[in-house]
Design a binder for this molecule. Sequence first.
Ligand code: SF4
Ligand code: SF4
Length: 168
Amino acid sequence: MFPMITGFINYGKQTIRTVRYIGQSFIITLSHTNRLPITIQYPYEKSITTERFRGRIHFEFDKCIACEVCVRVCPINLPVVDWQLERDIKKKKLLNYSIDFGICIFCGNCVEYCPTNCLSMTEEYELSTYDRHELNYNQIALGRLPISVVEDYTIETVKNSTPIKIYK
Ligand code: SF4
Ligand code: SF4
């Protein structure tokens, strides 16, 4: 007699637990109906990058003093600073500057440590090419400012991206 009662009690407990789990899964499913979709219809829609996004580097030739700090702080010594010494004024003259984005890891060290702030990170992330050698940007390519997603009227910007938590 007692084993049968115990069996019934156990069965009842299992049923309650099952119903609770099913209820919880339904609540989770329902909570998703209120959320906006995460996926975007790229390239017709683009999300606005965050303020501190580390995209393609912008370079201002006139501000550069050819100090090569950017090369020293770069984990892979990537920026190529080509300069010559102007003996009469005892100053370096910058001839060429380039960064190969096929190798760059976008760590931002060069931007952080440049004493004249001639480097900055832009919101540009569409750098794909068929030939990786095209990713080696010289000072002319580096000096081009990217088209802001917000200003491009052909593209719908998506502002509702899920907020990103920043841990400090
Ligand atoms: S750190 Fe700045 S100023 Fe110095 S060489 Fe690099 S880009 Fe030019
Ligand atoms: S972003 Fe980092 S890896 Fe790229 S050039 Fe600057 S320091 Fe080097």
